[in-house]
Design a protein around this ligand. Sequence first.
Ligand SMILES: NC(=O)c1ccc[n+]([C@@H]2O[C@H](COP(=O)([O-])OP(=O)(O)OC[C@H]3O[C@@H](n4cnc5c(N)ncnc54)[C@H](O)[C@@H]3O)[C@@H](O)[C@H]2O)c1
Length: 336
Amino acid sequence: MNGGKILVTGGAGYIGSHTATELLDAGHEVVVFDNFANSSRAAADALQVAANRDVAVVEGDVRDADALRRVFRGHDIRAVCHFAAKKAVAESFEQPLSYHDNNVVGTLRLVEQMAAHGVKTLVFSSSATVYGYPVSVPITENMPLAPINPYGRTKLACERLLGDLALSDAEWRISILRYFNPIGAHCSGLLGDSPQGVPTNLMPYIGAVAAGRLPRLRVFGDDYPTPDGTCIRDYIHVVDLAKGHLKALQWLAAAPGLAIHNLGTGAGHSVFEVARAFEEASGRSVPYDVAPRRPGDTPVLYADPSRAAAELEWRAEHGLRRMCEDAWRHVAASAA
Ligand SMILES: NC(=O)c1ccc[n+]([C@@H]2O[C@H](COP(=O)([O-])OP(=O)(O)OC[C@H]3O[C@@H](n4cnc5c(N)ncnc54)[C@H](O)[C@@H]3O)[C@@H](O)[C@H]2O)c1
């Protein structure tokens, strides 16, 4: 792709900041757009240090058409990576309207403004949660979609919206990436998963326990039908995931229409395996208590990433040990 900048909504967040950094490293111009609801201006500053480049950072909400209009008018945008969303499953049960408003209305407003400004290349952050309880593993892209929580349903609603858009206008180039479980951090330690408040994802929670900021890990169920009784997920290094977005943009340059790809490693690790690997990488202990199962947790989820390998020429490279080492470097750097 030639010329123009890439707008990264949610670019101060965990995956967005890593992707912005990879885009900058690859020579792209980037505009970060974020309302800092779950991040901070400091994270946007850190990504500029990590990439050793200045970046335009715009504070704004993707539901705010005027704010988006100003960005499209003020910058020569040629493509958008859309990360901005709320993502906490439990919270989505308590606040379904807020989730649909933020995630679905936000996506709608964004693509309206993209269309109005003739920008029709989009990479969208979807999630393996759209599969719900999979009929089998590994999960392929054409398995049934039946999300089991409001968050997942907002992602599926966005996928449907984007599908209708692509059907209506052959000029759109849309990549839907269904992420599995991103963990780890940039090798500099400058970027990582630094959510506001108590973490809801496993790795930042483990990191907070290892650093002594939280007392103990709560393991939700150790009686699942898995080798050690804890749930198995497809953990993927966030930098591998970020690189998948560059491959998706390359793919879109040659392929109009809508494409869907799983981004995962194709292998699973249990909660206990992750906690143990983190202890080894950090040299700290991660004490835990076993709590009851959480409703809606599926015992085993992992991707079949072969379509991404064949079409995007993308593969995850980093293993669990490296994910934990990089995550710990970020935790330690944040505490210093
Ligand atoms: N982290 C995961 O495990 C995971 C898995 C699958 C999919 N995803 C998806 O990937 C994307 C990025 O996730 P993340 O882990 O980086 O989350 P994150 O919360 O760290 O980043 C999201 C960013 O979007 C911003 N944001 C939220 N709503 C906004 C709005 N209305 N306008 C502008 N900015 C807004 C937040 O402030 C934050 O900086 C999300 O769409 C999420 O649903 C995440």
